[in-house]
Design a protein around this ligand. Sequence first.
Ligand code: GLA
Length: 378
Amino acid sequence: MKKEFRNVFKKEGEVSYFSPGRVNLIGEHIDYNGGHVLPCALSIGTMGVFAKNSKRTVRLFSQGFSKEIYSFEIDNLIKEEKSWSIYIKGIIFFFDKIKRLESGFDLLISSNLPIGSGLSSSASVEMLIAKYLNDEFSYNLTPLQLVQIAKKVENEYVGVSSGIMDQFAVTFSKENGAVLLDCNTLDYSYVALQLKEYYLVVANTKKVRRLEDSKYNERVSECTEALKILNKNGISGGTLCEISSSHLLEIKKLLPDTLYKRVKHCISEEERTLKAKQYLNSGNIVGFAQLLNESHASLRDDYLVSCFELDTLVDLINSNGGIGARMTGAGFGGCTVSIIPQDLYEKVVQTVSEQYLKKVGYLPEFYLVKPSEGVHKL
Ligand code: GLA
């Protein structure tokens, strides 16, 4: 990339950073409901070679995509909704407000994350830029502050009401484990992933979606509305995930069916996530895999964020030797995460691919997960 940087920008790259993608193992759609989530960073992600320039201009070149340099002025940021540059502009926008950026920069960027696949390609880009600006322009912000800025980019600049999980996972992950994050208090701990004779596998439906186009914001408002009704009717809890499942019968009477189902998912998913931590700590991989299946059923039937492609892939993985699988990320397309016995892996990939092709019309893609370190300088 340094060589390409020289070819493109006719100067030397100064520094390089790597920012991973993430996969969420369990705790889906509950980060914005004050629940626990259990993601880990992937070994694939976004790489950037940077050099400062002497203007207030940012020049971008995406390896493998760009035909020419794309440049914009820090003093005249124009949002392009359907372009990945919106994430870069969003981060620059908020940094420049904190303290005027002393100059622009040139960036050669390259990603091996499938875009729009639920592996947080956008959070990966955001944290790459946030980490670079923080370190090289002496902002001295803490990692948590960087995460909060990137969340603001999603919420206020891009317009998705997403939670904190993706940016947190991309920043705080460590090798060999997952992060258990309490999204209410932001307390976190690491859970080792010792999966014995099993692999952790991500499979991509190849059905692309963008959060902005999906029903993501609708789910967020449904949860807010449900919580309001419950609070008014004497069920206390600052967030849905603080409410105990012992209240479910009562809740059913208070809410319209749709809202009841959303709440049921949140409360049960929170319980599953805490159980998952216990199972992983005690080496009960079969129990953990079973929780993935239960989580998928809840996301499919109660939270309604799955789709034909995700359901098909989950079913095929399980019926061909996988011991647990579910959709991961926002849903509506994107990826599944699953537990597959190592000795069956090749066979599962082959048969699932053949059968998925027959049912869906194109091939899925498989990746072995190697839990990795969060965003860092190279
Ligand atoms: C997206 C959002 C996250 C989270 C997941 C669903 O990835 O960015 O904040 O809500 O969906 O768990």
